[in-house]
Ligand binder design. Sequence first.
Ligand code: F6R
Length: 610
Amino acid sequence: MCGIVGYIGKKKAPRLLIEGLKRLEYRGYDSAGISVINKDKIETVKAVGKIHNLEKRLNSINTESSIGIAHTRWATHGEPNETNAHPHMDNDNLVAVAHNGIIENYHILQQELKKEGAEFKSATDSEVLAHLIASYIKKDFPLDEAVRRTMERIEGTYGMVVLCRKYPDKLVAARNGSPLIVGIGENEFIVASDASAIVEHTRQIIYLHDRELIMLNKDEYSIKTIQDIHVQTTIEDIDWDIEMIEKGGFDHFMLKEIFEQPEALHNAMRGRLDEKEMTTHLGGLSSVKDRLRQTKRIIITACGTSWHSALIAEYMFEELAQIPTEVEYASEFRYRNPIITEEDTVICISQSGETADTLAALREAKRKGALTLGICNTVGGTISRETDAGVYLHAGPEIGVASTKAFTCQLMVLSLIALKLARMRNMSHIQGDKIITALKKIPFQVKEIFESDKIIQELAQRFTYAQNFLYLGRGYNFPVALEGALKLKEISYIHAEGYPAAEMKHGPIALISENMPVVVIATKNSIYEKVVSNIEEVKARKGYVIAIATDGDKTIAKKADKVIYIPETLSFLVPILSVIPLQMLSYYIAVLKGRNVDQPRNLAKSVTVE
Ligand code: F6R
């Protein structure tokens, strides 16, 4: 959600900042801007729309400058236009600020600053930061102190980078609740809201913590807290390389990420299967092994696609490990008064590790004494740092806004956890062996599903202009139906709903006609016959049925209009396979409709605001 880049060093900042913004464009993309220091002036250029619109205007600032800040925006306060785009300035162009997050008390601060003569131009909450920092600079506070005092006054979330023309060789960045990473190069620093803007320059990074600020000149840095206490920090290494964040010959990141799933799933499993004890090694959980063994209940909290993984995990944990499990939207969990005890384990699932609602739910669970675990993809994200323990997905960076490989890798990691918990409790060695054998086949089985590419593309052609889609599934496949519908609506903008198949007769059946494609996930399992009956109900009302079925199922071919086959596996692993054709179908429909697949309208990759 919004992207920030800042640079100080020897290179030409504007070009570097533009490249950084392009890497972050997936986070937010309705407008963008850059400010640089040129001698004793701040020069700014902004543009509505994509980064290339901004790039075309780059010559209107000093392209030789070696210090600057930049921002790509996803509007929260104020519509996307140039005035509302960042960086924001005070009235004397003394200070420029690029900000992610929400300043909750901006209205009060605005009133106060207006009395001192500040004139606000934009409809954003962020502009108040520039005026407030400038007001301290005018009172002769040095730049870092002006930012620190501003941090004391503001309520809300921020990741911000600040330039001041009075300090042309300094850059200050601060964070609270919105991620900021500082890349350390040779006589240069790059500040960014995520590592993808940094990896091509350096692998050495510092994660800034909440309520900390960093002061940079090209040769050194110092970090302090909002309480003005100096902080010693550790420098860490990012283990990605640049190819991992490029399209590698695919038309879109989403397609690349769909096709990367066999490898990503392999990586999620790598080194984690214990084929002697028929359990899993999850190093990230070893410090909490005893508490996990004693846990009486699991609560999983997440948003969006990650919430769908949580629903599948609920079934897995109860079936395999026999631990009562509940799932709750993080946005709901954080505002009720959930009953949580020290015997509970709260699992937060988040690809980005930064989702504001999931983070707030985590903090609520910690406050109440639960053991907290994080299942995250982005290494070093806030959720993984604040949980007691956790397991990374190792899916590699997911750039397409619609989550694909993170979802299947979440399911893989959750299966590994379920196996571990089950083997700690009631599951036999023989059953563990069966599961490990099935797990090892999964990456190859995903590859087999790609062979249905042609059938899926034909279906996409047939239904490019459908107005509605219905997705049905039962048991482990019910959350897959939800995920299929979410994928389709977010990238094609076609209305779609997911339902437990048996619920159809309680309402949605009224929608079925010859114009309604119904995707039914009807793999072979204990409730297969019942799902077949649901297909009959749809056919009786002339709906067009696309079935996702188990290889070799001849019955379904007679009932459905089109069948996409997936290989056979254990019931709890089926979702990793059954979601693949649904991801592909959504992708191809969205492409045929000419949608911007990687950056669908109104969405952002990492939702760091409420
Ligand atoms: C859908 C999608 C979103 C995210 C949700 C949570 O394709 O990507 O629904 O799943 O915003 O994000 P994370 O997993 O980063 O917490």
